[in-house]
Design a protein around this ligand. Structure first.
Ligand SMILES: Nc1ncnc2c1ncn2[C@@H]1O[C@H](COP(=O)(O)OP(=O)(O)OP(=O)(O)O)[C@@H](O)[C@H]1O
Length: 370
């Protein structure tokens, strides 16, 4: 779903709740957490599977925002809202406010007022593809680094799995190269003791354990999707363009080869007895002919069948592939200025390393900041 806005003059006045209420523990909507705002009325043009998104500017703050309107089932809390209220990170689209509306038929709608970003990564990539050119390697590196930073925060601090990482849900500003994750409509806090549905995530980006129908999957499914996104930015087209659920597995096997018994066991032990045709892997260096060793190695670390062998978000951040962003001596001044403006080397102990022991976090910091 893409968004557009047509302003038709009139001002809308709304009493809205703050996206991050002062009393973080309470999920009740409290009057003391509400403010009044106004914005020019906009006509909705884009429709998605769950709702509509339009854009406007808040009069009181001057902030450009995107308003996502979704049908709200009165019987349940909205999971997207509950998750977004908790998330505060530079690489997550910020929930500024929210409000409810009832239409003449009595249907309740939830409106999420979000920080605005000019483009999706999907649109950005199309820009290069239509020009028959490639996205510059350094631009890919800026985006994938921010995605890894975002997932490290989501997975370790917030314990949230996004479950729908794809270029359409990664919003970018091509002027600054900032990237922010949006659409938490499929996101969930995964608990090891509770099963989760496997029919989530958009087809091309689905981790193999989801295709195998696993219900005990982990946040590592987001890393697979991120590997697919990175591959797509390099290739200019999806790496595994499956035409159906099962064809998706065929596309993966065509490149990575048939998974071993142990890999299948790690994805879903129920498939152990299943016979798969034996296909040999194609080395990634052949698929990505013009990429250097670090890039190939990093892609293969993200695109592993076994979710426990697949890099986690922090391992991704530590990959030599990103050393170009960390280099201090002789770094290209343009790269250095993007790194500085986006605060890419800024880490908050509390948000980003709180799953590590003191020793581990010191070692990681040395790697990340050297
Ligand atoms: N904060 C934002 N700033 C700018 N554009 C946004 C923003 N949030 C969403 N969009 C645009 O709206 C599209 C749809 O948003 P989102 O994915 O949250 O809605 P959805 O109903 O879940 O859509 P879909 O059916 O594509 O899953 C995004 O792909 C993006 O193009």
């Amino acid at each position: 779903m893409e968004i557009q806005a047509i302003t038709n003059g009139g001002l809308v006045h709304k009493q809205v709740f703050l996206g991050h209420p002062s009393n973080a523990s309470g999920s009740q909507d409290r009057e003391e957490d509400s403010v009044s705002i106004s914005y020019p009325a906009t006509e909705v043009v884009g429709h998605g599977s769950f709702g509509v998104v339009f854009t406007t500017q808040i009069n009181e703050t001057g902030h450009r925002v995107a308003i996502k309107k979704v049908l709200q089932d009165r019987r349940f809390k909205n999971r997207e809202l509950e998750i977004m209220k908790q998330l505060i990170h530079p690489q997550v689209v910020d929930l500024k406010y929210y409000f409810y509306e009832t239409d003449p038929q009595g249907e309740v709608y939830l409106n999420l007022i979000l920080e605005y970003m000019p483009q999706s990564l999907y649109q950005r990539l199309r820009h290069f593809v239509t020009q028959r050119s490639n996205m510059p390697r350094i631009e890919i590196k800026f985006y994938i680094y921010q995605l890894a930073k975002c997932l490290n925060y989501l997975h370790t601090h917030a314990k949230v799995c996004h479950r729908d990482i794809k270029p359409q849900n990664l919003l970018v500003d091509p002027q600054t190269f900032a990237l922010k994750l949006c659409d938490f409509g499929s996101a969930k806090q995964l608990k090891p003791s509770e099963p989760n549905v496997s029919y989530i995530c958009s087809r091309y980006y689905r981790a193999p354990e989801l295709i195998f129908g696993a219900t005990n999957y982990t946040v590592q499914i987001d890393i697979w999707s991120s590997g697919c996104v990175m591959a797509e930015l390099i290739l200019g087209q999806p790496m595994f363009p499956g035409e159906s659920g099962i064809d998706q597995l065929v596309e993966i096997i065509k490149i990575l080869g048939t998974p071993t018994k142990q890999e299948i066991c790690s994805m879903n032990p129920n498939y152990m007895e299943h016979k798969f045709p034996q296909i040999r892997p194609i080395p990634l260096a052949k698929v990505f002919k013009r990429e250097d060793d670090e890039t190939i190695q990093f892609l293969s670390d993200m695109l592993r069948y076994d979710p426990t062998e697949r890099f986690n978000a922090l391992q991704c951040l530590c990959s030599p592939y990103f050393d170009e962003l960390r280099q201090t001596d002789g770094q290209d001044p343009e790269v250095a200025s993007v790194v500085q403006n986006l605060n890419l080397m800024d880490f908050s102990d509390q948000l980003e390393f709180d799953s590590l022991t003191l020793e581990e976090s010191q070692a990681v910091k040395q790697r990340l900041l050297s």
